[in-house]
Design a protein around this ligand. Structure first.
Ligand code: NAD
Length: 458
């Protein structure tokens, strides 16, 4: 039985029965039986059914974002924002999948090879709680559009949200195409060890590596998007207002519970004082809890953050902040739990951190900005790369041309120079090192949900 707790109030939510482990193979068999007909429907009809599901999700946005708020604590406006943003992205993902499905023709002396892209079969989809609608949609849409059938296990923290997303799809998809498993690690482990053809996972580095191990036993295809320890490198001639504004959003949005949060900030020593002043001034504007009802006309509403999703996560953040302070870091803001109900943590700024502190090595996944001063951009890049993670990174410099030149030396999948790392819709969302194994988005990301099958004729 799952016993979820509302992270805003600390009150228990209704328990949810786990799928019995012995039923998981039956769900996979049902998905396997449904797969050939789902593939035979063809891309255009699958697309139409997925778009119909999107409309149902739109109609249910109030209820679904209500579950997001209740289960993982995202504030109501942000919860609705997540659902709406990911629903807007579905059509773009479907268009990209259409491109990925086009066969390539490779003529040669003796004839022609046609490279088709066919589904794997049954995909296991396992997702986290931090974007409890967005992450399932990131995997469900391409997996289904490609012609795979799916067995989906949402996070134990956001199961009702996940079930609500699945229900909207199941209202339109043929029987058997989308199966659901409710549960935690044990149910996830049983699912990925069973007879599935593709495992698509978003979650922690530790969870991803366990899945890779399980998949290796059956040589199942795997796509893993894992955690990050993402760095910002700030040169002394950078626009410090822009850098501090990005650092604030990057460190505190979703209470820091974002795979691509800014977790480490390396600032050239000359600029450290000025940067910290601006970062602190931005941090003071962050609201813990709901925004004041009215924002003055023309003013950007403040960043508002909810609680951490679980007490365990709260303790992890508290512990790493306290350890850093004990080891000599300077606590410039926050550093404490806020209130005695729920898992709220104050937006926290630490300076004087070092690479031997857990807060600079492990994923924090909480509202903490960590600033370390460096002698040069060269040192900043070296330290930014001194990690087993490699999801995103940003470089802030007054010399944009040089920034473009050296950006590729940052060992991350998505890099921004003087702006966020996010870019074109079809940019591959790829983690390097232990942040990813395979990737999503872009034609190359869509191809992870497909396999090549080449036919050569005279
Ligand atoms: P988690 O790894 O604890 O759990 C993720 C999912 O995997 C859950 O559904 C869980 O039940 C399941 N699971 C856990 N152990 C398993 C096992 N051995 N076999 C099969 N399934 C298993 O991660 P979380 O705490 O839910 O999510 C937060 C993590 O997700 C953070 O590390 C964050 O950076 C990462 N994340 C990455 C991206 C990305 O795009 N790279 C996006 C969002 C979140």
């Amino acid at each position: 039985m799952l016993r979820p707790v509302n992270p805003t109030t600390g009150e228990p939510l209704e328990p949810i029965p786990c799928t019995p482990l012995e039923e998981i193979p039956d769900r996979i068999s049902a998905a396997r039986r449904a797969q050939p007909a789902w593939d035979d429907l063809g891309y255009e009809r699958r697309r139409a059914l997925i778009l119909a599901a999107r409309e149902t999700l739109r109609e249910r946005v109030g209820a679904i974002s209500g579950w997001v708020h209740a289960e993982m604590g995202k504030l109501p406006a942000a919860a609705r924002g997540e659902v709406e943003a990911y629903l807007r992205g579905i059509e773009g993902d479907l268009d990209t999948m259409a491109k990925a499905l086009v066969p390539e023709e490779l003529p040669f002396e003796g004839g022609v090879t046609r490279v088709h892209h066919v589904p794997h079969g049954v995909a296991a989809i396992v997702t986290p709680w931090n974007f409890p609608v967005g992450m399932p949609l990131t995997l469900l849409v391409p997996a289904l559009a490609a012609g795979n059938t799916v067995v989906f296990k949402p996070s134990e923290i956001s199961t009702r949200t996940g079930l609500a997303v699945a229900d909207a799809f199941r209202a339109h998809l043929p029987e058997g195409v989308l199966q659901v498993v409710a549960g935690a690690d044990a149910e996830g482990a049983a699912l990925v060890s069973a007879e599935v053809d593709l495992i698509a996972f978003i979650g922690s580095r530790e969870g991803g590596k366990k899945i890779l191990e399980a998949a290796s036993r059956r040589a199942a295809r795997v796509l893993l998007e894992m955690g990050g320890k993402d760095a910002m490198v700030v040169a002394s001639d950078a626009n410090l207002d822009a850098a501090a504004a990005f650092a604030t959003r990057g460190s505190f949005s979703n209470a820091g519970q974002v795979c691509c949060s800014v977790e480490r900030i390396y600032v050239e020593a000359h600029a450290e004082g000025a940067f910290l002043e601006k970062l602190l001034s931005e941090t003071r504007k962050v609201v813990v809890g709901e925004a004041p009802a009215l924002t003055e006309a023309g003013k950007t509403p403040p960043l508002c953050i909810g609680p951490l999703a679980s007490e365990q996560q709260l303790h992890h953040v508290e512990r790493n902040v306290q350890e850093a302070v004990r080891m000599g870091a300077r606590l410039l803001a926050g550093g404490r739990r806020r209130g005695d109900r729920g898992n709220h943590f104050e937006p926290t700024v630490l300076a004087g951190v070092r690479g031997d502190m857990a807060i600079m090595r492990e994923e924090t996944f909480g509202p903490v900005a960590c600033v370390q001063s460096v002698a040069s951009i060269e040192e900043g890049i070296r330290l930014a790369n001194d990690t087993r993670y490699g999801l995103t990174a940003t470089l802030w410099t007054g010399d944009e041309a040089r920034g473009r030149q050296i950006a590729l030396r940052l060992e991350a999948g998505c890099i921004g120079v003087n702006r966020s790392f996010g870019g074109a819709h079809d940019m591959p969302w790829a983690g390097t090192k232990e942040s990813g194994y395979g990737h999503t988005r872009g034609v190359s990301g869509m191809r992870h949900f497909l396999q090549p099958r080449s036919v050569t004729t005279r």
